[in-house]
Design a protein around this ligand. Structure first.
Ligand SMILES: *Cc1c(COP(=O)(O)O)cnc(C)c1O
Length: 341
């Protein structure tokens, strides 16, 4: 099984998002191993293209990128938990301080350059915009003062409300730079862009909102091999639960790919593979390591041949109700990752 990853498309997506970010420069969210594509490969390609700022969630993720990125421009979004002071001081990356406790921990550990996260309406991570932000941040050497949008991918009044709160908070935090927009936030326009944007999903070929559709190309192609070709007879059933019963004789293929690889069971009976222009539908349930497809439209395929999943992120999201973020980040470790470009 292999993921064929298009480095040219990744870079083109970043360039498009950087351009759409106006005066702001686009960074890149590379947490969760670059949304499952491989953070080091992503960072290497985007750095070369001119991307300066990178965001991970954990210190371990930062450490794994040591030597590949300027530590001053690598941010750890989760900040400093008790016991992580040493990691935070080791110089792999800069912490994003999310709470009064994290700020205290950073000061006690010796302080220095940091980022701060302001919660403007997600009730998740960050200093509550209603707190005494100026007091909490007094004397901190803040590079990025940032906040995160809850509904950027929707036409929601929450976006403007969060923006207004961020604008207010901005007056009380002295920072070198301000940052607000994720992928979808970039498409909300100039007011949302500030100095640095933080796209993730759209870099990797996800399409969070219609406005970005024409600027984003797919990066990942999922390929696997035909383990076995079968002649299924009328009346035979296929897979667990016998959810598919052949109405006529048919030629099918069993593929080495299943939900343990992140190829989710939700695609049972509705997903497909591609061979040239031919669409080869999935028959019955996706198993843990195996999936069966109809070969009627591809009579030339045989055992051992490689075949690509028809996995267009916004389409599988629409078809399964499972978000593009989950599709990307849950693709498993069994794949060989093959970068072209
Ligand atoms: C993950 C993340 C991003 C990237 O969001 P996308 O929707 O993938 O573009 C940006 N900012 C923060 C704080 C994040 O956690």
């Amino acid at each position: 099984m292999r993921l064929v990853l298009d480095g040219g498309a990744l870079v083109a997506n970043w360039r498009a998002l950087d351009r759409l970010s106006g005066k702001a420069s686009a960074g890149a969210a590379v947490k969760a191993d670059g949304y499952g594509l491989g953070a080091s490969e992503v960072v290497q390609r985007l750095s070369k293209a001119g991307c300066g700022d990178f965001f991970v969630a954990h210190w371990g993720e930062a450490q794994a990128l040591a030597g590949r990125v300027d530590p001053a421009r690598l941010a750890v979004l989760h900040g400093i938990a008790p016991g992580e002071e040493a990691a935070a001081r080791a110089g792999f990356a800069v912490p994003v301080l999310n709470s009064a406790e994290q700020i205290t921990r950073w000061r006690q550990a010796g302080g220095g350059r940091c980022h701060v996260m302001i919660d403007t309406g997600m009730s998740r991570l960050g200093l509550d915009w209603r707190e005494n932000i100026a007091g909490l941040c007094a004397g901190l050497d803040v590079d990025l003062c940032m906040s995160h949008l809850a509904s950027a991918d929707e036409d929601s009044a929450q976006n403007a409300a969060q923006l207004q709160r961020f604008e207010t908070v901005r007056q009380s935090v002295q920072a070198a730079r301000y940052s607000f927009a994720n992928s979808a936030g970039i498409a909300l326009g100039r007011d949302y862009q500030f100095d640095c944007t933080r796209p993730g999903l759209a870099l990797y070929g996800g399409v969070p909102c219609d406005a970005l559709a024409k600027h984003v190309s797919p990066v990942m192609r999922l390929e696997t091999r035909i383990l076995q070709v079968r002649h299924v007879r009328a009346g035979d059933s296929i897979g667990y639960g016998a959810t598919y019963v052949a109405r006529h004789d048919m030629r099918t293929a069993t593929l080495a790919l299943g939900y343990a690889d992140g190829f989710k069971r939700a695609l049972s009976s509705i997903g497909a593979f591609r061979h040239g222009d031919a669409r080869l539908p999935i028959l019955g349930r996706v198993s843990m390591d195996l999936t069966c497809i109809d070969l009627a439209a591809a009579p030339d395929l045989s055992e051992g041949d490689w075949i690509a999943a028809d996995l267009v992120l916004p389409e599988v999201q629409a078809a399964t109700g499972i978000s593009q973020y989950e599709w990307l980040t849950q693709i498993g470790r069994r794949f060989d990752r093959i970068w072209v470009d």
